[in-house]
Write a protein that binds this ligand. Structure first.
Ligand code: HEC
Length: 232
């Protein structure tokens, strides 16, 4: 009896999320097809924001959970798992007229991700804005160093960008919270962190609904775990 009573708030929250995911309004805009460079640069410019490195992971972590904007559910016809799908909501060069940007900065119940999920963090919103204003290109660069890196400069940024939207205190997929050093370390210690990102058998494949992390990032996480998961 006690158990079923304690489930009620969880059920209500789940229903709210489901309802909110189905009922947001995003108005597709015509991007005129004038974006795109498809360019891959070998080293990352600190002044540029890259779709493959920065934007797709942020969208995957915040928007593509099941029932929302993944390929299978594509709520309101919006699938944010591909560049083509994302560009239906973006006007290249103009964040202020891009529905994708307008909807994440809303302060009422129409905001995405929908309440009660947390709003996107300010740094991620700023990146999205900059990427759109820089022309919303399908670009990428290579910035991963497997010898000289730290938890704070490599591991945490990977998890913040690619995992935290589905693994925070308010939205802990599989009961796993990856929003702090302590909780990330716990998931490393259980073997689940490495098992899930290497798509090892017996683990769920992470990021959910996304592509596998680049090899270089998997190596960084493996080395960090093998070094005893330092808080450096
Ligand atoms: C789109 C949402 C989403 C994203 C992004 C995501 N996860 Fe998950 N994750 C889930 C959900 C939901 C579960 C629980 C259901 C399951 O195991 O598939 C889960 C389960 C897990 C588990 C438990 C796996 C197991 O087999 O017990 C780990 C560990 C995990 N995620 C780590 C990560 C890491 C690391 C990332 C980023 C590289 C990540 N997740 C990105 C939604 C997500």
């Amino acid at each position: 009896m006690k158990k079923s009573v304690s489930l009620i708030p969880i059920l209500i929250a789940a229903m709210l999320i489901f309802y909110a995911c189905r009922h947001e309004i995003l108005f597709p805009v015509d991007n005129g097809g004038n974006n795109n460079g498809g360019a891959s640069q070998s080293s990352c410019s600190p002044d540029s924001v890259y779709f493959v490195n920065d934007i797709q992971p942020i969208l995957n972590s915040n928007c593509t959970m099941s029932g929302c904007h993944d390929a299978a559910s594509h709520a309101e016809g919006i699938n944010l798992t591909t560049y083509t799908g994302v560009m239906k909501e973006v006007k290249a060069g103009s964040s202020s007229t891009s529905s994708l940007y307008k909807v994440i900065i809303k302060t009422n119940g129409d905001r995405m991700p929908p309440p009660p999920m947390p709003a996107m963090p300010a740094d991620q919103i700023a990146k999205l804005k900059k990427w759109i204003d820089q022309g919303a290109k399908n670009n990428s660069c290579d910035k991963c160093d497997t010898t000289d890196f730290k938890f704070s400069t490599a591991i945490q940024p990977i998890i913040d960008a690619k995992c935290k939207g589905c693994h925070n205190a308010a939205n802990a997929g599989g009961g796993i919270d990856l929003s702090s050093y302590t909780t990330i370390k716990a998931s490393a210690g259980s073997g689940k962190l490495y098992g899930s990102i290497t798509w090892a058998s017996g683990f769920s494949q992470m990021p959910q609904n996304g592509s596998k992390l680049p090899d270089c990032e998997i190596i960084q996480i493996k080395k960090w775990i093998d070094n005893g998961s330092p808080d450096n």
